[in-house]
Design a protein around this ligand. Sequence first.
Ligand code: 13P
Length: 249
Amino acid sequence: MPPRTLIAGNWKMNLTLPESRHLAQEVLKVAAGAGPEVMIAPPFTALTVVAEVLAGSEVSLGAQNCCWASQGAFTGEISPLMLRELGCAMVILGHSERRHVFGEDNAMINRRLKGALAAGLRPVLCVGETLEERQAGRANPVLKSQLEEGLDAIPIGAGLIVAYEPVWAIGTGQTATPGQAQEAHAFIRETLAGMSQKIVASEIRILYGGSVNEGNVEALLAQADINGALVGGAALKIESFARIIRHHV
Ligand code: 13P
């Protein structure tokens, strides 16, 4: 059986506290009884208000990053234990914006992953090539090293979630075609199988992210190796996010 579809909303650095509370309340209504699992990842400062809204519900709370250490002299960082204390179940790690705007490399992302797992958070490891890398025919080697170095010395289990987010598709309106996305997802699954076991890799959810909207989600989710979506811009508009949640296969 394919793993349960996961629709995740990455709010990035958006929304005021009242807006966050309101959007979370709306997501809760839409997610109730919907087929897919739903996760939303607000900015750190809104986690408390969103956690209050989601308490006792089936919608999971996620964070957008976390430190490897549980406490200490790490100015500006947030510990995975602090996220657990707030009710987070998941954490997005290695997002393209962390890699390309803030210079996080595979080694640092690997440390963050280990910290998240040690604290009991389910990591969503983001991988994806830039346009330049794709045009140079280097997409697969880039994905492979992001997976191998990002997951170095980490036992790979079915609880791991991977998100394929081609950098050129993020926030650009230029979605990967279902065929392009499926090809990358199949390669990611094959790579994970090589690092663990085929059966384990078949249970890992691989989400697609990059300009997902209500118009393209169905065709993307119809692909064999696409097990959900990591949604940015369209997760901020409840009408769009609701259609994405409902347009599942
Ligand atoms: P957009 O859906 O806005 O392209 O963002 C995708 C993304 O980065 C989700 O993590």
